[in-house]
Design a protein around this ligand. Structure first.
Ligand code: HEC
Ligand code: HEC
Length: 154
Protein backbone atom coordinates (compact mmCIF):
# COMPACT_ATOMS: atom_id res chain seq x y z
CA UNK A 1 0.00 0.00 0.00
CA UNK A 2 2.72 2.35 1.02
CA UNK A 3 4.72 1.78 -2.15
CA UNK A 4 1.65 2.29 -4.30
CA UNK A 5 1.15 5.66 -2.68
CA UNK A 6 4.76 6.55 -3.37
CA UNK A 7 4.36 5.62 -7.02
CA UNK A 8 1.26 7.74 -7.46
CA UNK A 9 2.96 10.64 -5.72
CA UNK A 10 5.90 10.29 -8.10
CA UNK A 11 3.53 10.11 -11.07
CA UNK A 12 1.73 13.21 -9.92
CA UNK A 13 5.04 15.03 -9.60
CA UNK A 14 6.13 13.93 -13.08
CA UNK A 15 2.84 14.93 -14.66
CA UNK A 16 3.00 18.22 -12.85
CA UNK A 17 6.42 19.08 -14.22
CA UNK A 18 5.45 17.92 -17.73
CA UNK A 19 2.51 20.32 -17.57
CA UNK A 20 4.82 23.06 -16.36
CA UNK A 21 7.22 22.48 -19.26
CA UNK A 22 4.35 22.42 -21.76
CA UNK A 23 3.10 25.71 -20.32
CA UNK A 24 6.51 27.38 -20.68
CA UNK A 25 6.90 26.17 -24.27
CA UNK A 26 3.41 27.37 -25.23
CA UNK A 27 3.76 30.77 -23.67
CA UNK A 28 7.26 31.60 -24.79
CA UNK A 29 7.85 29.94 -28.13
CA UNK A 30 4.84 28.73 -29.99
CA UNK A 31 2.51 31.69 -29.64
CA UNK A 32 3.16 33.10 -33.13
CA UNK A 33 3.56 29.81 -34.99
CA UNK A 34 0.79 27.98 -36.82
CA UNK A 35 0.88 24.66 -38.62
CA UNK A 36 0.37 24.57 -42.40
CA UNK A 37 -3.31 24.01 -41.62
CA UNK A 38 -3.46 27.41 -39.98
CA UNK A 39 -5.90 27.94 -37.15
CA UNK A 40 -8.42 25.48 -38.62
CA UNK A 41 -10.06 23.17 -36.09
CA UNK A 42 -9.38 19.44 -36.48
CA UNK A 43 -12.91 18.68 -37.72
CA UNK A 44 -12.95 21.48 -40.32
CA UNK A 45 -11.48 21.46 -43.80
CA UNK A 46 -8.76 24.02 -44.36
CA UNK A 47 -8.08 25.93 -47.57
CA UNK A 48 -5.31 24.24 -49.55
CA UNK A 49 -2.04 26.10 -48.86
CA UNK A 50 -0.61 27.95 -51.83
CA UNK A 51 2.30 26.25 -53.56
CA UNK A 52 5.52 27.97 -52.58
CA UNK A 53 7.19 30.01 -55.24
CA UNK A 54 10.48 28.25 -56.00
CA UNK A 55 12.62 30.14 -58.54
CA UNK A 56 13.25 28.12 -61.71
CA UNK A 57 17.00 28.39 -61.28
CA UNK A 58 19.13 29.96 -58.60
CA UNK A 59 22.79 29.94 -57.57
CA UNK A 60 24.03 26.80 -55.88
CA UNK A 61 23.60 26.93 -52.11
CA UNK A 62 26.65 26.67 -49.93
CA UNK A 63 26.75 23.86 -47.39
CA UNK A 64 26.33 24.46 -43.65
CA UNK A 65 28.02 21.29 -42.41
CA UNK A 66 30.01 18.31 -43.64
CA UNK A 67 27.91 15.68 -45.39
CA UNK A 68 24.86 17.91 -45.75
CA UNK A 69 22.71 16.84 -48.68
CA UNK A 70 23.15 19.83 -51.03
CA UNK A 71 19.97 21.84 -51.59
CA UNK A 72 18.40 21.82 -55.03
CA UNK A 73 19.10 25.05 -56.96
CA UNK A 74 16.26 24.51 -59.48
CA UNK A 75 12.52 23.97 -59.33
CA UNK A 76 11.31 20.36 -59.20
CA UNK A 77 7.81 20.99 -60.51
CA UNK A 78 6.55 17.95 -62.42
CA UNK A 79 9.63 15.79 -61.76
CA UNK A 80 8.08 12.47 -60.85
CA UNK A 81 9.80 9.82 -58.82
CA UNK A 82 7.93 6.54 -58.84
CA UNK A 83 8.51 2.83 -59.32
CA UNK A 84 9.06 3.00 -63.06
CA UNK A 85 10.61 6.43 -63.45
CA UNK A 86 12.98 8.71 -61.59
CA UNK A 87 13.06 12.13 -63.25
CA UNK A 88 16.02 13.25 -61.13
CA UNK A 89 18.19 10.41 -62.42
CA UNK A 90 17.33 11.32 -66.01
CA UNK A 91 19.71 14.25 -65.56
CA UNK A 92 21.85 13.26 -62.56
CA UNK A 93 22.64 9.57 -63.21
CA UNK A 94 26.21 8.52 -63.99
CA UNK A 95 25.48 7.61 -67.60
CA UNK A 96 23.79 10.90 -68.52
CA UNK A 97 25.27 13.70 -66.40
CA UNK A 98 27.92 14.61 -68.95
CA UNK A 99 25.22 15.27 -71.55
CA UNK A 100 22.85 17.14 -69.25
CA UNK A 101 25.47 19.16 -67.36
CA UNK A 102 23.93 18.18 -64.00
CA UNK A 103 26.20 17.29 -61.06
CA UNK A 104 26.66 13.53 -60.94
CA UNK A 105 24.71 11.66 -58.29
CA UNK A 106 27.11 10.94 -55.45
CA UNK A 107 28.97 7.57 -55.47
CA UNK A 108 27.74 7.05 -51.87
CA UNK A 109 24.24 6.69 -53.31
CA UNK A 110 25.17 3.37 -54.89
CA UNK A 111 26.00 1.72 -51.58
CA UNK A 112 23.59 -0.38 -49.62
CA UNK A 113 23.57 -0.17 -45.84
CA UNK A 114 26.33 -2.79 -45.60
CA UNK A 115 28.63 -0.70 -47.76
CA UNK A 116 28.22 -3.00 -50.78
CA UNK A 117 28.39 -1.06 -54.07
CA UNK A 118 25.41 -1.71 -56.35
CA UNK A 119 25.07 -1.12 -60.09
CA UNK A 120 22.01 1.13 -59.61
CA UNK A 121 21.22 3.87 -57.09
CA UNK A 122 20.47 2.09 -53.83
CA UNK A 123 16.79 1.90 -52.82
CA UNK A 124 17.59 3.89 -49.70
CA UNK A 125 18.75 6.77 -51.93
CA UNK A 126 16.00 6.43 -54.55
CA UNK A 127 13.59 9.05 -53.21
CA UNK A 128 15.82 12.07 -53.73
CA UNK A 129 13.43 14.62 -52.21
CA UNK A 130 13.58 12.78 -48.90
CA UNK A 131 16.94 14.51 -48.37
CA UNK A 132 17.43 17.12 -51.11
CA UNK A 133 15.01 20.02 -51.12
CA UNK A 134 14.55 23.16 -53.17
CA UNK A 135 14.46 26.50 -51.38
CA UNK A 136 11.60 28.99 -51.73
CA UNK A 137 11.70 32.68 -50.88
CA UNK A 138 9.60 32.51 -47.75
CA UNK A 139 9.22 34.33 -44.47
CA UNK A 140 11.09 32.61 -41.66
CA UNK A 141 8.72 30.94 -39.20
CA UNK A 142 10.95 31.68 -36.22
CA UNK A 143 13.96 34.00 -36.15
CA UNK A 144 17.13 32.16 -35.22
CA UNK A 145 20.80 32.97 -34.91
CA UNK A 146 22.18 29.70 -36.26
CA UNK A 147 25.76 29.94 -37.45
CA UNK A 148 27.43 26.98 -39.14
CA UNK A 149 30.15 25.22 -37.15
CA UNK A 150 33.88 25.38 -37.84
CA UNK A 151 35.10 26.47 -41.23
CA UNK A 152 31.53 26.56 -42.56
CA UNK A 153 30.88 29.56 -40.33
CA UNK A 154 33.77 31.64 -41.60
C1 HEC B 1 16.59 18.68 -66.62
C2 HEC B 1 17.72 18.17 -65.86
C3 HEC B 1 17.57 18.04 -64.36
C4 HEC B 1 16.61 17.36 -63.66
C5 HEC B 1 15.42 16.58 -64.21
C6 HEC B 1 16.96 17.47 -62.26
N1 HEC B 1 18.11 18.21 -62.12
FE1 HEC B 1 19.07 18.64 -60.40
N2 HEC B 1 20.41 19.82 -61.40
C7 HEC B 1 20.45 19.96 -62.77
C8 HEC B 1 21.53 20.88 -63.12
C9 HEC B 1 21.92 21.30 -64.53
C10 HEC B 1 22.12 21.28 -61.89
C11 HEC B 1 23.28 22.25 -61.69
C12 HEC B 1 22.76 23.66 -61.54
C13 HEC B 1 23.88 24.65 -61.31
O1 HEC B 1 25.05 24.30 -61.42
O2 HEC B 1 23.53 25.81 -60.96
C14 HEC B 1 21.40 20.58 -60.84
C15 HEC B 1 21.70 20.70 -59.50
C16 HEC B 1 21.15 19.88 -58.50
C17 HEC B 1 21.61 19.79 -57.12
C18 HEC B 1 22.77 20.58 -56.50
C19 HEC B 1 23.99 19.71 -56.33
C20 HEC B 1 25.12 20.44 -55.66
O3 HEC B 1 26.20 19.83 -55.58
O4 HEC B 1 24.97 21.59 -55.21
C21 HEC B 1 20.83 18.89 -56.48
C22 HEC B 1 20.91 18.44 -55.04
C23 HEC B 1 19.85 18.42 -57.46
N3 HEC B 1 20.06 19.04 -58.66
C24 HEC B 1 18.86 17.49 -57.17
C25 HEC B 1 17.86 17.14 -58.05
C26 HEC B 1 16.71 16.34 -57.69
C27 HEC B 1 16.44 15.78 -56.31
C28 HEC B 1 15.94 16.20 -58.83
C29 HEC B 1 14.60 15.50 -58.96
C30 HEC B 1 13.53 15.99 -58.12
C31 HEC B 1 16.64 16.89 -59.91
N4 HEC B 1 17.78 17.46 -59.39
C32 HEC B 1 16.21 16.92 -61.22
C33 HEC B 1 19.63 19.34 -63.68
C34 HEC B 1 18.52 18.59 -63.38
C1 HEC C 1 19.07 9.58 -47.51
C2 HEC C 1 19.44 10.90 -48.00
C3 HEC C 1 19.68 11.09 -49.49
C4 HEC C 1 18.91 10.66 -50.55
C5 HEC C 1 17.62 9.86 -50.51
C6 HEC C 1 19.55 11.16 -51.73
N1 HEC C 1 20.69 11.88 -51.40
FE1 HEC C 1 21.93 12.84 -52.69
N2 HEC C 1 23.16 13.34 -51.15
C7 HEC C 1 22.92 13.07 -49.81
C8 HEC C 1 24.04 13.51 -49.02
C9 HEC C 1 24.16 13.38 -47.51
C10 HEC C 1 24.99 14.06 -49.91
C11 HEC C 1 26.37 14.65 -49.59
C12 HEC C 1 27.33 13.58 -49.14
C13 HEC C 1 27.47 12.48 -50.13
O1 HEC C 1 27.94 12.73 -51.25
O2 HEC C 1 27.05 11.37 -49.81
C14 HEC C 1 24.39 13.95 -51.24
C15 HEC C 1 24.99 14.40 -52.42
C16 HEC C 1 24.35 14.46 -53.65
C17 HEC C 1 24.86 15.14 -54.82
C18 HEC C 1 26.17 15.95 -54.89
C19 HEC C 1 27.25 15.04 -55.35
C20 HEC C 1 28.57 15.74 -55.34
O3 HEC C 1 29.50 15.14 -55.91
O4 HEC C 1 28.72 16.84 -54.81
C21 HEC C 1 23.94 14.98 -55.82
C22 HEC C 1 24.02 15.52 -57.23
C23 HEC C 1 22.88 14.16 -55.29
N3 HEC C 1 23.16 13.86 -53.97
C24 HEC C 1 21.78 13.76 -56.01
C25 HEC C 1 20.81 12.89 -55.53
C26 HEC C 1 19.76 12.29 -56.34
C27 HEC C 1 19.54 12.56 -57.81
C28 HEC C 1 19.03 11.47 -55.52
C29 HEC C 1 17.88 10.55 -55.88
C30 HEC C 1 18.18 9.54 -56.89
C31 HEC C 1 19.60 11.58 -54.17
N4 HEC C 1 20.69 12.42 -54.23
C32 HEC C 1 19.12 10.93 -53.04
C33 HEC C 1 21.78 12.48 -49.29
C34 HEC C 1 20.78 11.86 -50.03
Amino acid sequence: MKSRKAVSLLLALMLGSAAAIAATVTEETIVEVESLRGGTEIGDTNDAPTIKNVPKNQDKFSLNYVNQPPMIPHSVDGYQVNQSNNACLQCHDVDVYRKTGAPRVSPTHFMDRDGKVLTEVSPRRYFCLQCHVPQAQAEVLIENDFTPAGKFGQ
